[in-house]
Design a protein around this ligand. Structure first.
Ligand code: MLT
Ligand code: MN
Ligand code: ZN
Length: 300
């Protein structure tokens, strides 16, 4: 299985269009620091067969810039696109609207995520005149067999009842936000993708220990970052993102669980780690942890 990292930024991207914070200004000065919204393309054994984990507002550019994800000269159009969703957040779902040129969009989502997209964002109604939108249940890990998508076994690990802001009044459900567990039976390789980790549960700990590679929520470096930078009155954990460092930070836990490869993704533009010279990179490296790079390809 191949994981292609299509982007590594949280909502807004880097730089964010309306922001001149040090991270955004730095990315305008040094284009190599730019980050697109976080998402993956996953290939199984057959290189021409792939699916997306999340569909970001940048999806068309992300697909276009990766040979292997865009049609070759002489090919017909890409007829079907497959998308697995970790949640119903706008940064992970707005790309579905940009994929409307496909003849068919197949979407795997948990029940509350599908409900929010259909009844709050009206995605099914809006897309119906453009494309055939087909829904599949995303199976919860341990709750029946995983879905076979492009030869990869895909399951969802419930993470939290964190609802998007446009759906905060929807009922709580443990699978509003999930991690994707990806397993290739041919190679035995496995990965866990969790771009929004609100709490570190025992079930999550077990999944981490089993995975060869983890792509984890790196939105904020420390819990006070959103308040200090003025983007929110809440802490990082209050916003549904465990910070990387500090007493409840994920770095120490990841270091203890020690999967072979750990990368942080979904970086907010306030996160000091968007500066490649920030000393926090050295602290993470000493724990065997890194920030995911744009366009990185991971073979498992
Ligand atoms: C999140 O990751 O918490 C959301 O995507 C925030 C947002 O709506 O931009
Ligand atoms: Mn987000
Ligand atoms: Zn900014």
């Amino acid at each position: 299985m191949l994981l292609r990292i299509l982007g590594t930024a949280a909502g807004g991207g880097l730089p964010q269009w309306n922001c001149a914070c040090p991270g955004c200004a730095g990315a305008r000065r040094a284009p190599a620091r730019r980050r697109l919204h976080d998402g993956l393309a996953v290939h199984g054994q057959e290189p021409s067969s792939w699916f997306l984990a999340n569909a970001t507002p940048d999806i068309a550019e992300q697909l276009e810039s990766h040979p292997g994800l865009r049609p070759d000269a002489g090919d017909t159009r890409t007829p079907v696109v497959r998308v697995v969703l970790t949640d119903a957040e706008l940064d992970h779902t707005l790309g579905l609207l940009r994929l409307r040129e496909a003849s068919r969009i197949e979407v795997w989502a948990t029940e509350p995520v599908r409900r929010a997209l259909v009844s709050r964002l009206h995605l099914a109604n809006v897309l119906a005149p453009y494309t055939d939108l087909t829904w599949h249940d995303l199976p919860l890990a341990g709750d029946g067999p995983p879905a076979d998508i492009a030869g990869v076994a895909v399951g969802a690990v419930p993470l939290s009842a964190k609802r998007p802001r446009y759906a905060v009044d929807e009922p709580a459900h443990p699978a509003w936000s999930v991690a994707l567990s990806l397993h290739d039976a041919h190679t035995g390789g496995s990965a866990l993708y969790a771009p929004a980790l609100a709490a570190w549960s025992d079930a999550f700990d077990k999944e981490i220990a089993r995975a060869d590679c983890v792509l984890l929520d790196g939105t904020f470096l420390d819990d006070d970052e959103p308040r200090r930078t003025g983007i929110s009155e809440r802490t990082a954990s209050g916003m549904g993102h465990l910070p990387i460092e500090g007493p409840d930070g994920t770095a120490r836990r990841l270091h203890r669980s020690a999967p072979t490869r750990c990368y942080y993704t979904h970086l907010n533009n306030t996160n000091p780690l968007v500066d490649p010279d920030d000393p926090a990179h050295g602290r993470l490296a000493r724990l065997g942890l890194r920030v995911a790079a744009e366009r990185m390809v991971i073979s498992l």
